[in-house]
Design a protein around this ligand. Structure first.
Ligand code: SF4
Ligand code: SF4
Length: 377
């Protein structure tokens, strides 16, 4: 990558971090603002992974005006991050316009894609639209009857992305029930790191978002990949949820789906998540603060064995908000127990200092809220 492009990429990275801090501050300041919304601009997919219940072969893209209205509504509700998923969202002919609208509200724009449709032109268009994050799931090294999201098939696209993308890229792999070659996850994660991407690992879930524990071999692979994770605000390497699930243990937590996390289907209805559709099933256009309050408190019976990690992450923000000192201590101690050489990231040290450990913490919180344009309350 030429020097000018590298500098531009570094500048964009700083801007992304600034908006992540803003997201964090908003989550600390308000409990009734959604942190993350996932929207579906098209249900159709160009692949047919055997385990997937989130796609069809025929549906049309959601009209662009309707998509833009939904983005505006999510911004009005105070959402910080909007993730575009599907189906395969790159099949939407005006995907870049959707991203531009997200960014025009100052929000973080994330895309989940199988990357089959990546080309030099599409990467350039995503750069220009202002995409912040791209997440690609890779299931195996060689395609098989279950999945064609395969390292060998995608390698060329990944190389183009490594050379040209200005957005941050995470490669996700999966271990657990139904994954026939769990060792592939490690190959995928190492390849991702060698190309300069982030890598994460998830635990396979069934059609209701429920996971089963990992056997010894799967657990070892899972641990190896977790050690490679580095993102400060991904919270991934602090995640006790996934650790419990990996051991087959339930989690005691309060799922805030419908409040802190929203899943908006192609019909514009709000659902808890991709695996619990139909609840509450209310049109986004009429979704109110009262709906968010109600769902914030609602207990979800599927929570103990839920493996939807992005919802876990939003719940962790609420744990920090409710018990900041205890939660930050737990995050850091957990990481240090797994990795004796671990040094608390600068950003987390700053957050601890700004919000907890200095006599001006209260005033500093107020100043930060004003700086980031957040309303008090
Ligand atoms: S690529 Fe994604 S959306 Fe498409 S079938 Fe596979 S898992 Fe489902
Ligand atoms: S606990 Fe929440 S995120 Fe998990 S499956 Fe249930 S509703 Fe979805």
């Amino acid at each position: 990558m030429p020097q000018g492009s590298r500098l531009r990429k570094a500048r964009l990275e700083v801007d992304r971090r600034r908006r992540e801090v803003r997201m964090f501050a908003a989550a600390m300041q308000h409990r009734t603002r959604p942190v993350l919304a996932q929207i579906v601009p098209i249900r159709r997919c160009n692949l047919d992974c055997a385990y997937c219940n989130e796609y069809d072969r025929t549906s049309a893209p959601v009209p662009i005006d309707e998509m833009l209205r939904r983005i505006d509504k999510l911004a009005e509700l105070g959402t910080s991050i909007i993730t575009i998923s599907g189906g395969e969202p790159m099949l939407h002919p005006q995907l870049e316009e959707i991203i531009r609208r997200i960014r025009s509200h100052g929000l973080i724009a994330t895309l989940i894609s199988n990357a089959y449709l990546m080309s030099h032109d599409r990467i350039r268009a995503l750069n220009e639209a202002g995409l912040d994050y791209l997440q690609i799931s890779i299931d195996n090294v060689e395609p098989d009857g279950t999945s064609k999201k395969s390292l060998r098939v995608l390698r060329q696209k990944l190389e183009w992305l490594a050379a040209e993308a200005e957005f941050a890229i995470t490669i996700n792999s999966v271990v657990g029930a139904g994954v026939s070659h769990p060792e592939d996850a490690l190959v995928v994660a190492r390849s991702a790191r060698s190309m300069g991407f982030n890598s994460t690992v998830g635990i396979a879930h069934d059609g209701e978002g429920q996971s089963r524990g990992l056997d010894e071999g799967q657990f070892r692979i899972y641990q190896e990949i977790r050690k490679m994770e580095t993102g400060v605000f991904s919270f991934a390497h602090f995640d006790r949820f996934q650790e419990n699930l990996a051991h087959g243990r339930p989690n005691a937590w309060h799922c805030r789906a419908g409040a802190r996390f929203l899943y908006i289907c192609e019909d514009g209805l709000v659902h808890y998540c991709s695996q619990q559709r139909g609840h509450p099933g209310i049109p986004l256009a009429g979704y109110t603060q009262a709906d968010i309050e109600r769902e914030y408190e609602a207990e979800k019976g599927c929570a103990p064995f839920c493996s939807i990690s992005c919802v876990h992450q939003t719940a962790m923000l609420d744990q920090i908000r409710e018990d900041p000192r205890g939660m930050l201590r737990e995050l850091i101690e957990r990481r240090q127990a797994n990795d004796p050489n671990f040094r608390t990231p600068v950003m987390l040290r700053f957050v601890a200092w700004a919000f907890l450990d200095n006599p001006l913490a209260g005033r500093l919180r107020g100043a930060m809220a004003r700086f980031f344009g957040l309303r008090a309350g």
